[in-house]
Design a protein around this ligand. Sequence first.
Ligand SMILES: NC(=O)c1ccc[n+]([C@@H]2O[C@H](COP(=O)([O-])OP(=O)(O)OC[C@H]3O[C@@H](n4cnc5c(N)ncnc54)[C@H](O)[C@@H]3O)[C@@H](O)[C@H]2O)c1
Length: 260
Amino acid sequence: MVRIGISGAAGRMGNALISVAAQDTVNYKIGLLLEAKGNSTIGASIGGFTITDDLKKSISSMDVFIDFTTPAATMKHLTELIDAKKPMVIGTTGFNPDEIFEIELAAKRIPIVMSSNYSVGVNVMWKILKEATKALKEDYDIDIIEEHHRMKKDAPSGTAITTAEVILREKGLDPKSNMVFGRDGRNNERNRDQIGVFAVRAGGIVGEHRVIFGSMGDKLEISHTAISRDTLAMGALKAAKFLMGKPVGLYSMADVLGLN
Ligand SMILES: NC(=O)c1ccc[n+]([C@@H]2O[C@H](COP(=O)([O-])OP(=O)(O)OC[C@H]3O[C@@H](n4cnc5c(N)ncnc54)[C@H](O)[C@@H]3O)[C@@H](O)[C@H]2O)c1
């Protein structure tokens, strides 16, 4: 039984986590619901738990902290979790390189799982993409199209960036210098190594990622569709359970799922 702390409790992922955890009382128990200072839900009760804005005060009531908030909030919570020596599942996306570096340092002091996507399907897609990249060799151009709901703050999605990184690393190429976010202009013939990442924002789309491999004679598409946030919440809860008793370190969902 893992006592979980849910950060961003009133958000879209927070709601999914609360409802999925409540369906598996054998493995999970809610120990803490956290929201931002000033949020209208502070003091409200969900399933017998009062939403708080004071992590420090309630930190001992949970074993693993799951955070789907904003980069600034996650970085603040990280400091408090290090002090309390509590493990963390990071769901937030959109970190800058300095923040990523800080998370890597933090993982020398507490165990952390970080993934830009917690669904089992996306993590299996990354494994399949490595195989496809290896098999299709240099004959195919590769681009990525992602689609999300209109409220999503960061673009392109963390999942789309990770997807491009997975492919470029498999090709032995530097991800930073070989990724472009959209294309425009008149002189835009693509080069083979470059991966274009395109972000669509429309209505309530939960999350869709489509990778296109195109040669001069055919097109192969590998795609993943999230139908509900429950798939992401289930994965994050699995990650929380995985962290119980783990040594310090930065783990991926591939570690959690045994896909390495
Ligand atoms: N890794 C994944 O699988 C995955 C999946 C979905 C979303 N995300 C990411 O998770 C994050 C949240 O997504 P969402 O759709 O739930 O957003 P959301 O805006 O619906 O929810 C975020 C919640 O965090 C709360 N919050 C902000 N600051 C806080 C603080 N200091 N302490 C506690 N709570 C705080 C907000 O009030 C809000 O309720 C985004 O970065 C998103 O990209 C990741």
